[in-house]
Design a protein around this ligand. Structure first.
Ligand code: FAD
Length: 449
């Protein structure tokens, strides 16, 4: 059962997703009592937000590899856990060749076990945080208020783990979505949708979400037009080059001036596309059957049409494709990256003059919010809005990197008495064992790499 009233905590986590589970589990592992940590959010399971996006996208395995998991310490890795669970060495062999991707049901089973065993939901206050106020007396801390300005607690340290901003659409499509005759035929890749087998769909973009949608539409027999503004991007398995996942890569990235970090992110995160056996085969079959084509250009006009929509496409890279009749448009354009689109962050920026450039917070290298973050009372950011410091901040590995360092800082500031080595080992093994048992009960997903 979630909490019924406000309380004082050592750590408040704003947000109830994957990031919250990592910070909570690490804090408890380090020695905080569960009731010293409060999670703020309305979901009763930390998987809910991600699970909905993954379902809408038809994702079956993670893009990331064996290190992406939710136990408080790194060993056993996910591949080892799956070997243990299913009694097969294959995940470990795949992992040695960097061709192992945990199944989505497996990872969800693991997070659910960790959250349930450590009491994540029992320490959740079911409100959205609308305002944070920095107080200095009697000692530095934060007051928390909900969206209706009701008081919802106090905390010494706060982690902002609020996930992504709103879904992003090209301006013409954003406007057409508000118009009833066209609105329900334009969706984001991350939104729920159903493809008609005899339909013809335009999928914008060539990132991982768009590639998934090509496959989803082709699978039901529909036709797909892949629409790219520019010729195809570099092949890339995750959103970030693998070298940036390692401490040295992060150090090099953090050493760049802020403007260069932004320019670099803009380059590497732009429409990266993984090449997967499953997708490639489906697309090749679609091409052979005349059900898949690629067009370079942009939609500049859109109106209702006999098939549902009529769209006009112009191209800067060749002759204009002109007018097309299509059933719907799927936009794989991801999330709005500007922090100013998130009400709580916008209020903090405006009230405390937190520096922002090109919609990105100028975070400290420890992901602290400048002007508000103190060693004795931390205010820290994780997830997508921290990727100006940790380039893979919006991956499970990035969440772990930021969340664990934050929890260690809090434990140091609060002089928390660490659990003994054997207590931590026992906790890790028992969580791993229960996760392995839970994984046995969920469907094993086919590896795609
Ligand atoms: C479709 C998809 C596939 C992905 N695949 C992978 C993958 O294969 N490998 C990988 O490593 N990563 C992957 N990721 C990224 C990974 O899921 C995210 O990094 C992770 O979910 C981010 O965790 P988070 O806690 O920051 O945000 P979320 O999990 O999005 O949770 C944030 C939560 O905070 C809540 N919230 C927001 N504002 C407030 C507020 N003011 N008060 C209270 N609560 C609030 C939100 O409602 C939400 O429930 C994927 C992401 C998506 C969308």
């Amino acid at each position: 059962m979630p909490l019924e009233g406000p309380r004082d905590s050592s750590i408040a986590i704003v947000g109830d997703g994957f990031g919250s589970a990592i910070v909570f589990a690490t804090a408890v592992y380090l020695g905080f009592r569960p009731d010293q940590v409060t999670i703020y959010g309305t979901n009763d399971n930390p998987v809910n937000t991600y699970q909905q996006f993954a379902f809408n996208l038809g994702q079956t395995v993670l893009r990331s590899e064996s290190e992406s998991h939710f136990l408080p310490a790194d060993w056993p890795t996910f591949a080892q856990l799956e070997c243990w669970s299913r009694g097969s060495p294959s995940p470990m062999f795949r992992s040695i060749g960097r061709k192992y991707n945990p199944g989505v049901p497996d990872i969800l089973a693991e997070v659910t076990v960790v959250a349930r065993r450590l009491g994540w939901n029992d320490n959740r206050f079911p409100r959205h945080v609308g305002w944070l106020q920095r107080e200095h007396r009697p000692s530095p801390h934060f007051l928390l208020f909900d969206e209706e300005a009701n008081y919802i607690g106090r905390a010494k340290h706060v982690m902002l783990a609020m996930g992504h901003g709103p879904l992003s659409f090209p301006p013409l499509l954003a406007k057409a979505r508000e118009d009833p005759p066209t609105g329900d035929r334009i969706v984001q890749a991350y939104e729920p949708k159903v493809y008609a087998p005899d339909g013809r769909y335009v999928v914008i973009g060539a990132g991982i979400a768009s590639v998934n949608e090509w496959a989803n539409a082709l699978d039901v027999g529909a036709k797909v037009i892949s629409l790219l503004r520019n010729p195809a991007p570099d092949e890339q398995d995750l959103n970030t080059p693998r070298c940036l996942f390692e401490a040295r890569g992060i150090d090099v990235f953090q050493g760049l001036p802020f403007e260069q970090r932004i320019a670099f992110l803009g380059k590497i995160l732009k429409g990266t596309t993984p090449k997967r056996r499953g997708w490639a085969a489906r697309v090749q079959r679609g091409v052979a059957e005349g059900r898949f084509e690629q067009i370079i250009g942009e939609i500049d006009r859109l109106e209702p049409g006999p098939a549902g929509l009529r769209i006009h496409i112009t191209s800067r890279h060749g002759p204009d494709p002109g007018w097309l009749d299509v059933t719907g448009v799927i936009s794989g354009t991801g999330f709005v990256k500007s922090v100013l689109t998130v009400p709580l962050l916008r209020r903090l920026v405006e009230h405390y003059n937190v520096p922002v450039e090109e919609g990105r917070l100028k975070l400290r290298t420890n992901c602290g919010i400048p002007g508000l973050d103190m060693a004795v009372s931390r205010l820290c950011m994780m997830g997508i809005f921290a990727n100006t410091v940790i380039p893979h901040g919006d991956t499970i590995a990035g969440l772990k990197y930021i969340g664990r360092r934050f929890a260690v800082d809090c434990a140091r500031a609060e002089r928390v008495r660490q659990r003994s080595f054997f207590a931590r080992l026992g906790m890790q093994l028992s969580l791993a064992g229960e996760s392995a048992r839970a994984m046995k009960t969920v469907r094993r997903m086919e590896q795609l790499a």
